[in-house]
Design a protein around this ligand. Structure first.
Ligand code: ADP
Ligand code: MG
Ligand code: MG
Length: 505
């Protein structure tokens, strides 16, 4: 069997194009022998479920049982240089998002047209302007953000970053400022893959899997915000969906907070319950069922379907009016919209928020982002997308996966909306084509399958502060989701994507 060293250093990604990475394979040739698979797969499944890699059943929901979350047997190759680059950049990305969130004029200019046609974003905007006009009662915000990136082919010598192998670089898919999940599932995926490599008697490979303290990092952010609030009896509120399928991920956040700080309690409520049980005192303290809330952590509230009626919108407004420290506060939520992402990528914008050297580093993460507003620039983007739909992704202002438009459907959608302001609800983005790898997909009740996959790396960051004063901005761990290379989007819950971890080379 080949040793890892020289092959890994050679790159693994073929410099000529959309190549197949063989790096982990050079250490662990695929396919694995059947008898090894028959031994390792049940062991890996047990390890996964016993360490909380589970989800609630979507069909036949049963609060008393868990289904194995889909995962990949082996970690996926990721160039160390690119990994370390995005890790290092995360604290700057946090600061960028923090400053954008606190720049009213920037948000207003960026979203002005969008909110005329996108009702959901408009409602968020209305809450923002309402609390702004009333006078903000909590100046401090907690950012628990996740910057998602994908590897992309880089022609040798096409930019400063690809002078040396591997000839790949990362491009940012988006930055999430609300409900950035997988703080538990990220590290657990690494544990599963470590366990598997150990059982395969490959301990020499373990050094390729980086440490991952995402859960501790994100919970540390919430604890710091709780401390800043300064009321020993107050609790942390998790705003949750009516039914939480990704229950392990959420609950482990709760347990980690309790582990680090037994004096802090967590309560969970959905927006409907907050509308029934929540109230504000005259000095804007948020009280739910007798508990004062120090910190609000939104794991829901990012999609229209989570606001069933005016009551849920009222609940969101009540939370925003309160002096609880919110993650995200409403302006942070708005800063994470796709439209704002596109406006940030305009030439010169980063320089308004960051130093020149920081702006340069962050700009290297960006791929092409285009406005679709009713301007000549927007017309040009529409035409470009109609001519070459395979090169782009069309994105509405939505979160949570499954909302984007790809390929020929871009043409169909644009054909309908290209002459109306409706198109301003969307942005256009270059489609990133990550290198393809092979891995074993393990799903509950299905035979293990060797499949072709692509990965998306999420880098977590925490930041706490006011418009003027940032207390800290930190990198807080990572997660890797991998999906079949043949699908456009691969949500883990939707079953097309699965948990994974990085194998650095
Ligand atoms: P959401 O907020 O719903 O997660 P994303 O922008 O992350 O929206 O898009 C969802 C998924 O679509 C991503 O996880 C990724 O798989 C795919 N995707 C999004 N943008 C691109 C892109 N520019 N190139 C390739 N795939 C993309
Ligand atoms: Mg998102
Ligand atoms: Mg996403």
């Amino acid at each position: 069997m080949a040793t890892c060293g020289s092959l890994c250093c050679d790159g693994g990604f073929d410099k000529d194009g959309v190549s197949t990475t063989r790096t982990i394979e050079s250490c662990l040739p695929l396919p694995l022998p059947v008898e090894i698979l028959e031994d390792i797969v049940p062991k890996a499944k047990d390890f996964a479920i016993l360490h909380g890699a589970g989800m609630r059943y979507r069909t036949n929901y049963d609060p008393d049982s868990l289904q194995l979350a889909p995962f990949f047997l082996l970690p996926s190759a990721f160039p160390r240089r690119e990994f370390e680059r995005v890790v290092k950049l995360q604290s700057i990305v946090n600061i960028l998002m923090h400053r954008i969130a606190h720049d009213y004029q920037f948000l207003k200019d960026a979203l002005e047209k969008t909110i005329k046609v996108d009702d959901f974003t408009r409602r968020l905007w209305d809450i923002y302007t309402t609390v702004r006009e009333e006078g903000v009662s909590q100046e401090m915000s907690l950012g628990l953000v996740r910057s998602d990136v994908m590897l992309t082919k880089c022609q040798a010598g096409c930019c400063e970053l690809c002078q040396t192998p591997p000839f790949v670089t990362v491009h940012q898919v988006e930055v999430n400022t609300i409900a950035s999940g997988f703080g538990h599932m990220g590290p657990i995926s690494g544990s599963i893959n470590r366990y598997v490599l150990g059982e395969l008697r490959k301990p020499e490979l373990l050094g390729h899997l980086p440490e991952n303290d995402a859960l501790a990092g994100l919970c540390g952010g919430m604890i710091a915000a709780w401390d800043a609030y300064g009321c020993p009896k107050a609790v942390i509120l998790f705003v949750v969906e009516d039914v939480t399928y990704n229950i392990c991920d959420q609950r482990f956040h709760e347990y980690e907070i309790r582990r680090q700080r037994p004096d802090i309690h967590v309560i969970r409520r959905n927006l409907t319950q907050i509308s029934q049980q929540g109230c504000l005192t005259s000095d804007k303290r948020l009280i739910i069922d007798g508990d004062e809330i120090a910190v609000v952590y939104f794991r829901a509230g990012y999609e229209p379907g989570q606001y069933h009626s005016e009551a849920e919108w009222e609940a969101r407004l009540t939370v925003e009016r309160s002096k609880a420290i919110k993650s995200p506060s409403i302006h942070y939520h708005l800063a994470g919209t796709k439209k704002v992402q596109q406006e940030i990528a305009r030439p010169g914008v980063l320089n308004k928020f960051l130093s020149d050297s920081e702006a340069k580093l962050v700009s290297q993460l960006f791929t092409g982002l285009y406005t679709l507003d009713m301007s000549p620039e927007g017309d040009q983007a529409v035409q470009m997308a109609m001519e070459n739909p395979e090169r782009f992704v069309l994105k509405p202002q939505r979160e949570g996966g499954g909302n984007n438009v790809y390929g020929q459907e871009i043409r169909t959608v644009l054909e309908k909306i290209k002459d109306s302001q409706e198109r301003e609800a969307y942005i256009l983005m270059d489609r990133i084509r990550p290198p393809i790898q092979q891995n074993y997909l393990i799903r509950a009740h299905e035979p293990v399958k060797l499949v072709e996959v692509v990965s998306e790396l999420g880098i977590f960051g925490t930041i706490l502060g006011t418009a003027k004063d940032i207390q800290f901005s930190k990198f807080a761990g990572h997660m890797l989701r991998t999906k079949l290379s043949s699908v456009n989007e691969g949500g883990v819950a939707a079953g097309l994507g699965a948990l994974d971890s990085v194998f650095l080379f």
